[in-house]
Design a protein around this ligand. Sequence first.
Ligand code: FES
Ligand SMILES: [Fe+2]
Length: 353
Amino acid sequence: MNFIKNMWYIAGESEDVSDSLTSRKLLDENIVLLRDAGGSIIALENRCPHRFAPLTLGRREQDGIRCGYHGAKFGFDGQCLEAPLQTPPKDCGVRSYTAIEKYGYVWVWIGDGDPDHEKIPSAFAVGGDKDWAGFSHYELEIPAYYELFNDNLFDITHAPYVHSDDFDPDFLTQFSGPPNQGTPEGPEDGVWVDIGSDRITYYVQAAGSEDPFFQNMLAAARGESEYRAAVHMQLQVRWMAPCYFSFQTKVTATTEEANEASIATTLMALIPNTERQTSFYFMSRRNFAIDDAHVTDMFRNFIMKTFIEDRAIVTAQSANMTSHDVNGDARPLMFVGDIVGQQGRRIVASLSD
Ligand code: FES
Ligand SMILES: [Fe+2]
């Protein structure tokens, strides 16, 4: 299993963490989250060192957590403060994690190295930008290995089949063949991919798309009920290893001389809980129809529907495999549409412990 340590992982939305005890699992590590009296996030190992009871079954006290099994008490720095029938043994405590709040999420540093704030994906900054429309964010639990969902998000060829209500098979005809290297210089049709040591950017664009999803988005941006002409569309996907995606969709009318692009961004995080359990966080932001709740609903409905469709196929795919490792004993058939996802797999493998 390819888990990358010394990395930030989302443990929840800011509002998920309160004064009471919340449990999370990140990369197979059990964590209890809460806020101290000043509102700062506390993240501790959720396992008592005595007989390994989860501390979330205990109770929060003013200055610590008391284990619900034999009553040992741990301060917010993890240090054991009280033990039953005795003073706490030397070096008794639970592990403390660095946790911060940024862009609406709680991020926990997993690994022994010093927390590196540069590693929080900068693409997520749009999530905290007040000039963009109010976002909606949700969480889905996926009973599958996170890289299977990475593969899904790197691949456009499933769109007309898994999301057949929203994408037509003709959608793919403009993009046949392997992707071009680098970044597009003009509005021509095609797919480009730009690969770094820990990130991938790829572009899918069409100078005259008649796909309903892009037409509906442009109609919403123009305040119209429908838009039937061809649109310029560009999807820019930025992925940061191991599990963070920004999908920026830009649509522009082809029929007018100068018109501003309407941009919608979906931010996604596929947080590995265990080898076969992933928490999927996402939020949607846009630069148009800022105050229009109907447009927010349209995006919420579309995004929820497509991700639930993705979850269904990825869950069924995972259950049909003996190993999560598509490059191992499963030996899959490879198509051109898998090229970008394979590069992502290579990067994750190169950065894993
Ligand atoms: S298991 Fe926590 S005090 Fe015994
Ligand atoms: Fe999908």
